[in-house]
Ligand binder design. Structure first.
Ligand code: C2E
Ligand code: CA
Ligand code: CA
Length: 633
């Protein structure tokens, strides 16, 4: 802040100096001009005056009347610029003279040279002016004949005095003008510097917390990397994400959310050292540079202190907020100096801390790096597959059979991806990547189109599927009801009937903000809804009723231990009973053994799906499967 004040002061001084200099030059030019004009005007006046005195002296000259001549000469006293005068006859002899300053006029005007009829006189032969005084010569003529000469001694002190007065006046005005200009411009400048400061604040600081923003942080990080290399003292980069911050925003509103972020920033600052840097990168993400960190233990200690600092509830109104911190720690120096890369690594470590149950810290390691690199590769590959003609992607269909009649009630469409090198990537690998990167939206669209194409192929071969279940990720629901519009448009384009499509959503979708509206749109469009992986999430039957769900799928984890595991058996029995009471169809997933199938059938489970009944398979294989299924036993 002090440097800003200095800057204002320095710039004010500079502008004052330059204005003063400009005024000084203007002043000098003005004075020169004033001198030249004043002097020539004065001389002009003096010549006029000399002519008048000369004219008044003609009679005295004609009669050689020294007394009259003296009287005429005495009249010069009336003019302050004339300090003396002398009148000479035509022969050069002095008739009368007067001198107030002691300047002595010559007794005779001496003859310079003979020039025919006229005699010319010297001393002074002509009007001569010095710096401070001068002699003005006026030849007195009567009808073209010189009858005498008048010499006047003139003083310029009057001119200088006038100029001095003028200069004082001008300088006075200039000083006042300069003072006024200084006041005005310094005010303006102060405002400009303040505006500059505000711009800088906007460009480099986060308005909510007052901390550095990402831009400034990346710059600081670059400097930290250089300093760490130069001084050989380690440092640490911390990527901090606030756990459950969404809850604060959702329950107390964004204004309180902002206050909470500010408090979090302040609490973090409180446990750091003076030279350390804290920034808000955006949303609920912060980053910290710790200087002078020689070993992982020191970094861990600070990370722990930060977590403890946030442990006490934040005093937000009307209710306090409980949040935690997930921190990724990266020790510097690292093998890369790019701030973006370093931040991403710390971010990766933070991500691992999050998956380890939040409110903890995790160090970046090569394993994490390898994992994230793999994910980046997957993303690039998936992007290529999706946007360059769907290469390598296909859809597998897994039959769903009636537990009672063993007839096909539908199939579940499952995405498959074979890479260019022939290797299969499992959905367990690529679906989470697609969800994280947002590619799930494009993937979901592609799967639905492909299902429509496959249905047409199956129909051409005489197979009409009663129902197809398509998985929809919670992330896709973020598109709102436009997702449903898009699905309707796709299905309509292929001429398929809407009633044949069922969409599988996880329980979390029911709880998502805005999820309700999308589910309503699905229902209105005539699609049936199924709740996938039931039992692993909120398991709220109340929600199922509210959202007009028609089917639940009991998660494999309950089926796999059947029938031995009493707990699973009890849960399944209860879920089936409650679902039936709510008029919901129950599908059991992951049925691998005859014993499991028997148990489920006995419990009243409606539909079975699993390796026992058929693995997910390509359309061509599905045709053979369907043929076999319908063949009489
Ligand atoms: P999910 O929706 O629960 O799909 C059932 C998974 O269980 C499938 O795995 C299927 O191959 C597997 N499975 C079926 N029967 C058995 C069995 O008897 N034993 C065992 N151990 N597993 C069985 P898959 O195909 O690897 O898919 C995994 C997950 O990927 C799916 O779980 C689903 O959540 C997601 N997924 C797959 N395709 C898509 C898709 O097109 N869109 C979206 N959003 N998610 C998809
Ligand atoms: Ca599913
Ligand atoms: Ca499932």
């Amino acid at each position: 802040m002090n440097t800003q004040v200095d800057r204002i002061r320095r710039s004010n001084h500079l502008s004052l100096l330059s204005t003063g200099l400009a005024l000084l030059i203007a002043f000098i030019l003005l004075m020169v001009h004033q001198y030249v004009v004043g002097r020539s005007l004065m001389l002009e006046e003096l010549h006029t005056e000399a002519a008048i005195i000369g004219a008044n002296s003609t009679a005295a000259l004609a009669f050689n009347d020294a007394k009259a001549a003296q009287e005429t000469i005495n009249a010069v006293r009336l003019t302050p610029r004339i300090t003396g005068g002398a009148l000479y006859r035509a022969d050069g002899g002095q008739l009368a003279s007067l001198s107030d300053t002691g300047w002595s006029f010559p007794e005779h005007l001496s003859i310079a040279r003979e020039d025919g009829t006229r005699k010319l006189y010297e001393v002074p032969a002509e009007t001569r002016y010095g710096m401070f005084d001068g002699v003005l010569r006026e030849d007195i003529q009567v009808e073209g004949t010189r009858v005498g000469t008048l010499l006047l001694h003139v003083s310029f002190s009057w001119l200088y005095w006038r100029m001095f007065e003028y200069a004082v006046g001008v300088l006075g005005i200039a000083t006042v003008a300069l003072a006024l200009a200084y006041r005005l411009t310094s005010g303006l400048r102060r405002r400009m510097v303040r505006a500059e400061e505000q711009l800088e604040q906007l460009a480099f600081y986060d308005p909510v917390t007052g901390l550095a923003n990402r831009r400034l942080f990346e710059r600081e990080l670059r400097q930290a990397v250089a300093r760490t290399a130069r001084e050989r003292t380690g440092s640490a980069l911390l990527f901090v994400d606030v756990d459950d911050f969404k809850k604060v925003n959702d329950s107390l509103g964004h204004a309180v959310g902002d206050q909470a972020l500010k408090m979090i920033g302040e609490r973090m600052m409180a446990v750091l050292r003076a030279g350390d840097v804290v920034a808000r990168l955006g949303g609920d993400e912060f980053a910290v540079i710790l200087y002078g960190i020689g070993d992982p233990e020191s970094a861990a200690r600070v990370a722990r202190l930060m977590i403890e600092a946030i442990a006490d509830p934040l005093p937000t109104q009307p209710t306090p907020s409980h949040v935690g911190l997930s921190i990724g720690v990266l020790l510097l120096p690292a093998d890369d100096n790019d701030p973006t890369v370093l931040l991403r690594r710390a971010d990766m470590a933070m991500y691992v801390a999050k998956t380890h149950g939040k409110n903890c810290f995790h160090f970046f390691s090569e394993d994490i790096d390898a994992r994230v690199r793999n994910e980046l590769q997957l993303e690039a590959g998936l992007r290529q597959a999706l946007f360059e003609g769907g290469g390598g992607l296909w859809v597998a269909y897994q039959p769903q059979l009636s537990a009672l009649t063993h007839q096909l009630v539908g199939v579940e469409a499952l995405a498959r991806w074979q890479r260019d090198d022939g290797s299969q990537v499992t959905p367990g690998e690529f679906i989470p990547v697609a969800e994280q990167t947002g590619l799930i939206s494009e993937l979901g669209d592609w799967v639905l189109s492909q299902v429509c194409r496959d249905l047409a192929i199956l129909r051409a071969s005489g197979f009409e599927l009663p129902k197809v279940s398509v998985n929809v990720s919670s992330r896709q629901l973020l598109r709102g009801s436009s997702l449903v519009d898009h699905f309707c448009e796709t299905i309509g384009r292929f001429g398929e009937s809407f009633g044949r499509f069922e969409f599988e959503l996880t329980e979390s979708a029911l709880m998502e903000e805005g999820g309700a509206a999308v589910l309503e749109a699905f229902h209105k469009a005539g699609f049936s809804l199924s709740i996938d992986d039931f039992g692993t999430g909120y398991s709220s039957l109340g929600y199922l009723k509210r959202f007009q769900v028609s089917e639940i799928k009991i998660d494999q984890s309950f089926v796999c231990d059947l029938p031995e595991d009493g707990e699973s058996a009890a849960i399944i029995t209860a879920v089936i009973q409650m679902s039936h009471a709510l008029n919901l169809t129950v599908v059991a997933e992951g049925v691998e053994t005859q014993a499991q199938a028997e148990f489920l059938r006995a419990c009243g489970c409606d539909v079975l799906q699993g390796y026992l009944l058929g693995r997910p398979m390509p359309p061509a294989q599905l045709m053979l499967y369907l043929e076999e299924l319908s063949a009489p036993r």
